[in-house]
Design a protein around this ligand. Sequence first.
Ligand SMILES: [Zn+2]
Length: 275
Amino acid sequence: MLRQVAEGVLIHKSEFCQSNAVVVQGRGGVLLIDPGVLGEEIACLANDLRELGQPVVAGFSTHPHWDHLLWDARLGAAPRYGTARCAASVRGLLSDAQWKARVAQFIPPDIVEQVPLDLLGLITGLPAETARIPWDGPQVRIIEHHAHAPGHAALLIEERGVLVAGDMLSDVLVPMLDFMNAADPIEDYLAALGLLEGAADGADVVVPGHGSIGGADQVRARIDQDRAYVHALRDAGVSGDPRIGPAATYDWVAGVHERQLQLLAQRSERDGTPG
Ligand SMILES: [Zn+2]
């Protein structure tokens, strides 16, 4: 079911990890950002769009993680975009003949059969420094940064006041740092939050990749909450973050937090800096 969050901007929520697919209405059809996770749900979204007479004219993946790269033939053959870094990362993945098996390892076993992998990641990289998604609709600014994954991009739909945050600014998941690729995962993440803060004035609505949609008061509150979490992680301090406390929506997020603390401790040991 599609829910409107701003004029011409609709959300389709997946049962898996409260994933949000974003539909932006343009002149001849819609832009579809991070289409969803379960095959049945993506098919449902394709149906809804067909009933609305709104073909998908462009797609966008916010970052190269499996749950943001899916597609279904029923959505049609529009160009699907990502940042150049995102596309390069996906190309690397797909060049492995065993990529499906590799990706499947990251998918929870109870849903792996329901995730349509065939069209995963068939995206076109937009040249670095591309400012806006090339399509016939409201201007969508690309805010690329180094944070959660290579080539991660948030999107600001300027005319609609909507900030699509990718896997940042969630009310249910703590910041998950990119320990694999970032030179300095903490500083990179803080810099990315600074970029989002710079865009926040233009946003009355924030749509995280996973979690609930936030209103105007939430845009800055979530940036502050993510920054406080990253500071606590950096200082190996106790975090009173509700996303990992006793009332957390997902109990496994506390495990992610513990692992991030360990990885940071290992890094500072390796670099010889005091932890
Ligand atoms: Zn992700």
